[in-house]
Design a protein around this ligand. Sequence first.
Ligand code: SF4
Length: 354
Amino acid sequence: MRRTRRIVLGGVPIGGGMPVVVQSMCNTDTRDAGATLGQIRELDAAGCEIVRCAVPDEEAAAALRSICAESPLPVVADIHFDYRLALAAAENGVAGLRINPGNIGARWKVAEVVAACRERALPIRIGVNAGSLEKELLERYGPSPEAIVESALKHVRILEELDFGAVKISVKASDVRRTVAACRLLAERCDYPQHLGITEAGTVRAGAIRSAIGIGMLLAEGIGDTVRVSLTGDPVEEVWVAWEILKALGLRQRGPTLVSCPTCGRCRIDLVGLATEVERRLRVYTAPFTVAVMGCAVNGPGEAREADVGIAGGAGEGLLFRHGVVVGKVPEERLADALLDEIASMLKEEGRGQ
Ligand code: SF4
C-alpha cells in the first residue's frame, strides 16, 4: 500500500495506511433537511462512512446546520466557486469541504475559507474532473491525464502557499483508463491522500462495472484512500458496490459474502429467485460471513460446505449446510427462511454479532 499523509475528517482517519473509506453523495435537495437526513441514515445503514451534500445556494448552506447536527455520518459540503457558501457550511458544522481554491477567485477569499477550515480542523478535498478543465491547460495538454493532474496540483499549491496541508485530492474522468492514468500520475507527484471514483460512470449495472475496474485497478496497486462509486441511481447502491469492490480485493470486510451458481440445465429449483431473495434479506447484517446458494449436487455441496452456511438444491428441495455439515433437508418453498434462520442461529451461538 502506498503511504500517503494522514488527514482526519469528522473523526474518520484517511490515508497513512488506514483502511480505505467508503463515501457517497446525497441526491436529495439539500434544502430539504428531512429528506437529506433520511437518505443519510439509509446510507449509514448500508455502510457509508462519509457523505457529501451539494450546496448550491444559501438556503442549502443554512439547512446544513440541522443536517450536520443530526447526521450519523460526517458531512462534506460540495461547493463550487462561492466562498461565502464555504464559510456558511463551515459555520454550520460540516466535517470537510470539497472546493477548488483556484475557482474561488481573489486570494483574500481563499484565505478566509482556509482560516475557517484551519480553525475547525476541516480538511479540503480538491476535485478535478476531465470535463471541467481550465482552458489554458486544455489548450496545452488536451483533456489528458497530465492536464487533469496539473490542474489538481495548481489548486493544491494555492493551499500550500497558505500553509494548509489537510488536503485530499480526486482526479476523475468518465473514461476508465484516463482516470487510472491520472491517479497513477498524481500518486507519483505527491503524497496527499487520494479519493477514487469514475465520474459519470453510468447507470447501476454499467457504472458498477466501470467503477469496479477503474477503482479496483488502482486499489490493487495500493493507490486510493477513499472511494465513491458514482451511479445514476439510488446512492445506497453506490455503497453496496463500493463494499463489494473492497471485499473482493480483501481490503475491508463488512457483511456477508454471497456465493451463488449461474444455474444450468441441472438445476431443479428457482435458484435465481432464491438467490435474489437471500441477497436482499442478507443486507441487514454487518458481521462478515459466507453464504452459498447452489443449484444442484454437482458443485453445490462443495461450495455449500466451504461457506459458513449454504444450500445445495435438489428436485424441489435443498440440503442445508452449516460449516460443511448437512443440518437439514428442506422443501423449496421454505429454503430462504430455513437459510436465514440457520444464519441467525449460527451468529447467535457463535457470538459473531449481527
Ligand atoms: S451448481 Fe449445479 S445447477 Fe449450479 S451451475 Fe453448477 S452444475 Fe449447474
